[in-house]
Structure formats: structure tokens, C-alpha cells
Write a protein that binds this ligand. Sequence first.
Ligand SMILES: Nc1nc2c(ncn2[C@@H]2O[C@H](COP(=O)(O)OP(=O)(O)O)[C@@H](O)[C@H]2O)c(=O)[nH]1
Ligand SMILES: [Mg+2]
Length: 210
Amino acid sequence: MDWNLNFKLNVNLNLLTPPAPGPASTRKNKRVKLELHYLVVLGDDGVGKTELVKQFLDPYVEDYDPTLIAADRKHEIVDGQPCVIEPKDVSCHEEYLPMREMYIRTGNGFVIVYSITCRSSFEQVLRHYVQAMRMDKWPGPRPAILVGNKSDETALWKVSFEEGRALARELGCQFVEMSARDLVNVKETFHRLVRAIRQTPESPSNVLPK
Ligand SMILES: Nc1nc2c(ncn2[C@@H]2O[C@H](COP(=O)(O)OP(=O)(O)O)[C@@H](O)[C@H]2O)c(=O)[nH]1
Ligand SMILES: [Mg+2]
């Protein structure tokens, strides 16, 4: 399956929103192009990737584990424009490597997560970033956001906000501190990445299917 052809979907607005007032014939033909964003979540083990995806998709589901295959999507409105976000949460364990590479190849935005309580996860950011930027067909940098998770753990800080921001500046990407557990900046993280994708003209997500 060619994922690039699926970055934009034609969907009937009537499926997403309650019927608008007006004659039925007008409503029936109202179709919009809807963006579909595959947002790949990368980072060391234990930084909170699964927690982030779970909290974004549905904070009220208790035993949900989207690691490896996250088939779920969510409709969102970002800056007044509707889109579908499909987060890809992939473990960095060796056995999942082929899946991870496939997701990285087909992803059109990257959330690179470290934990502010774990220095080594911060030191591994560059490795994840380099993996994310590797791509055959796309010459420019791919949209990314650097995320310092577990900001609720105020007593256990090992990486300061300034360090995170400075690294993001060096990499030329967005930066946010987040608490997946407390739902702080979870939605904001994905929305900022969608914004970055929209601002990247060569992004595959901006290519319409032929
Ligand atoms: N305090 C705190 N713990 C978190 C947060 N996010 C995740 N965790 C915990 O960190 C551990 C690892 O999280 P998980 O999502 O499995 O990490 P992953 O290996 O990157 O997918 C779990 O015990 C989570 O409950 C957070 O924002 N704050
Ligand atoms: Mg996980």
C-alpha cells in the first residue's frame, strides 16, 4: 500500500458533523479535503510514549496499549481546519525494528520524547532525531517537536527547561514540556506538530492523491 497516496482523504463532512441546516441536496454534495497526519512518536524506553498516545486518543480508557500498532485515529480541529491525526507509537526494542522503520519512512511528523527525570533519555534525543530525518525521497528536514515529558515530577528533574529548549533550537524544531500523566500539553504537542507540517511546503502531507 502506498501510504503517501493516503495523506489526504476525501470525506463527506456529513460523517463528521451534524447535518447543517439547508436543503438536503446542498448538504449531500459538500465535500472537503481532509488532512491525515501520521505522527510518529520516538524516544527511549520508559519516557512515556505510550502514555502520551493513550492520553491523546482517549484518557478514559484504562488498559489500552497502543505500543507497536496504533491503529487509532482522532479527528481534531487545528487552527480552525479539520484533520485526522494517527499517532504511531513504536517501541525501540530490536524485535520491532522493521515496524519502526516502516513508520519512520511513512510518517510525516515526529514527536521526539525524553523524560525530564532521565538524563540518558535526553542524551539519546539526537540518535532518535537522526533516525527520523533519514528519508530517501524527501531532501528537507522533516517536521518534528521535541518533548520533555514528566514535567509533573518536579522533585526529580535531571534536564532543565532551558536545556531542552536549547537542543530544540539547535535541531531547528519546536519544543514543549509535557506531563502525559496529568494531561498537560498532550493535545498541544500534536497540534503544534500539525502546524509545523502545514508550514513545511515540501511535506508529503501536503501532496494530494493523484
Ligand atoms: N510521573 C509521570 N509518569 C509518567 C508520565 N508519562 C508516563 N509516565 C510513566 O512512565 C512509565 C513509562 O511510560 P510508558 O508510556 O510505558 O513509556 P514508553 O516506554 O516510552 O512507552 C509508566 O510507569 C508511566 O506511567 C508522566 O507524564 N509523568
Ligand atoms: Mg511503550
